[in-house]
Design a protein around this ligand. Structure first.
Ligand SMILES: C[S@@+](CC[C@H](N)C(=O)[O-])C[C@H]1O[C@@H](n2cnc3c(N)ncnc32)[C@H](O)[C@@H]1O
Length: 299
């Protein structure tokens, strides 16, 4: 079960009241959504969105068993938030929560190559029923320069050029089909080099491929814009990010909107987890929560 990050803090920021309408745009196993549901009570509504159909089906059957009448789970991309939610609630939503990236389910159970520590097919799509390019297609068909570009832009990989060259060399010998095949190519590049900061040599490449496969940066920007269009005046959009590239998109987006007088920042500095939470959940260590309130109808 995925441990929800910054749960107490997101509830404080969203402050769900009885009868409220909230959207969890990255519902996953419903950790945050359940807590919001308890606060809004029987007269409130919580809509969860996830791009992973398998997860959505699991959560729907659980919601049906528990007879949650006011909890609706939608399969979709949060970048389309305006079109996937019921039209009648547009403009009445009290808050939207984003909790970006992958979950424990993706690492431990999905079998789609999200982790370099497991030998799985190189897929990395959240939406494995959809049409997005897989990581396998990227590493086996993209030009060397394009691979280097995404390793730099989405993984801040210092050795992007060297890794891209090794990938292209490797695929000439044999198609790269699994995570371990890719890891062994990356490890060869790092032989004799120091990776620094004690991270595995494949960490940044895997991050970059996951972001590129799922077009995560584009989705975040479009999702935030859509969320502000569907909340009411006074409604809140909150976002939990897990690395500096994600956080930069959220920070820039909120600041630009605040400068135009469309939103106000709820917290000037990002909210980060307590030491206690980090000790209980390693994934929380890099989390940052930012939130903004809609103050202008023109959005
Ligand atoms: C970190 S998990 C959310 C955990 C959840 N807040 C909880 O407490 O249980 C992120 C989820 O976002 C989903 N996701 C990633 N990109 C998405 C997108 N563009 N649209 C909708 N869901 C997405 C993933 O499938 C994953 O289930």
């Amino acid at each position: 079960m995925h441990k929800s990050v910054l749960l107490k803090e997101t509830l404080e920021i969203l402050d769900p009241q009885p009868g409220g309408i909230f959207i969890d745009a990255t519902v996953n196993g419903g950790g945050h959504a359940r807590a919001i549901l308890e606060r809004v009570g029987g007269k409130g509504t919580v809509i969860g969105i996830d791009w992973d159909k398998d997860l959505v089906e699991m959560l729907r059957s659980e919601a049906a068993q528990k007879e949650y009448k006011n909890f609706h789970v939608i399969y979709g991309n949060y970048k389309d938030i305006e079109t996937v939610i019921p039209k009648k609630i547009i403009g009445t939503v009290d808050g939207v929560l984003f909790d970006f990236g992958y979950s424990s389910y993706h690492i431990e159970r999905a079998g789609r190559g999200f982790s370099f520590q497991k030998n799985e097919p190189l897929d990395m799509r959240y939406d494995n029923h959809g049409a997005n390019t897989t990581a396998k297609t990227i590493v086996n068909t993209w030009p060397q320069d394009s691979i280097a570009d995404i390793l730099r832009a989405c993984g801040e990989e210092r050795y992007a050029r060297e890794i891209a060259r090794a990938i292209v060399q490797g695929r000439k010998e044999k198609e790269i089909a699994t995570t371990y095949e890719l890891v062994s190519i990356i490890e060869r590049v790092f032989r004799g080099r120091s990776r620094g900061r004690n991270i595995h040599p494949a960490t940044r490449t895997f991050q970059a491929l996951r972001i590129a496969v799922n077009e995560e940066f584009e989705n975040i920007a479009e999702g935030l814009a859509g969320a502000f269009r569907i909340v009411r005046i006074g409604g809140i959009v909150a976002a939990v990010s897990f690395h500096s590239l994600e956080d930069r998109i959220v920070k820039t987006f909120f600041r630009e909107r605040a400068q135009k007088g469309e939103v106000e920042l709820v917290n000037k500095k990002p909210i980060v987890p307590t030491q206690n939470e980090i000790q209980m959940n390693r994934r929380a260590r890099s989390a940052k929560l930012r939130a903004a309130r809609k103050i202008n109808i023109s959005l």
